[in-house]
Design a protein around this ligand. Structure first.
Ligand code: AMP
Length: 217
């Protein structure tokens, strides 16, 4: 399935649309790194770094973390050797400046990304996120209905008690959806105008959505 040119997949979509789930499946299928800026930030927060401390206040309020901080973190990660063959971006870009910077970066490497927009109604998003939990230690995500842990409330990997992300509370989810509409939804036009956008309806099962994504590769 791979060509010699690196394969870069950008997963766009509102919070809770299934970007992380599909990125995990794609990572297994394509053997490419899954790079989630949200996961990178949560790792910084767990490790109590300066980046983590700066980011936390924005994340907790459902706001986007400033572009400079995100871009430094992301482009540092993209220099690592495992990214040479390509990668799956989940949660980046989220603003026009981020998309423009990424475009400059990829164009310099002659890489044309595959951009997939995962679309889902707000009501399903709210329902999905209210049942999402994760491990406070390793960050592994679960869904109490669709992807529960083997032992209730306990992480399969490190046996920690699972918790709900603070930013998955209903109040903050509503804020994140507003932020998405204002700052991230314009990226749909950005990529559509470049003939790079593929839309996938995410109300189907994760297996059906995955099959649709694979058919685009
Ligand atoms: P996620 O796990 O992708 O839902 O991201 C969780 C939170 O991290 C978001 O609500 C933002 O506060 C922050 N974040 C993640 N990615 C970005 C990004 N590309 N730009 C700005 N903030 C981000």
């Amino acid at each position: 399935m791979h060509t010699s040119s690196p394969l870069v997949i950008i997963l766009l979509g509102a919070p809770g649309s299934g970007k992380g789930t599909q990125a995990t499946l794609l990572k297994e299928q394509l053997n490419l790194p899954h790079i989630s800026t949200g996961d990178l930030l949560r790792q910084h927060i767990r490790h109590k770094t300066t980046t983590g401390a700066l980011a936390q206040q924005f994340i907790d309020q459902g706001q986007l973390v400033p572009d400079d901080l995100i871009m430094d973190m992301l482009f540092t990660r993209l220099q690592e050797s495992d990214c040479a063959k390509g990668y799956i971006l989940d949660g980046f870009p989220r603003t026009l400046p981020q998309a423009q910077k990424l475009e400059t970066f990829l164009t310099a490497l002659s890489i044309r990304p595959l951009v997939i927009n995962l679309s889902l109604s707000d009501s399903i998003i709210i329902e999905r996120l209210s049942l999402r939990v994760s491990c406070p230690q390793c960050g592994k995500p679960y869904h109490l209905l669709y992807a529960p842990p083997v032992k209730p409330h306990v992480c399969d990997s490190c046996s920690q008690t699972l918790t709900q992300r603070l930013d998955d509370s209903k109040e903050i989810v509503l804020k994140r959806l507003q932020v998405y509409q204002k700052q991230t939804a314009p990226l749909i036009d950005f990529y559509h105008n470049r003939n790079q956008l593929h839309a996938v309806d995410c109300s189907a099962s994760k297996e059906e959505v995955f099959a649709k994504i694979l058919s685009l590769l």
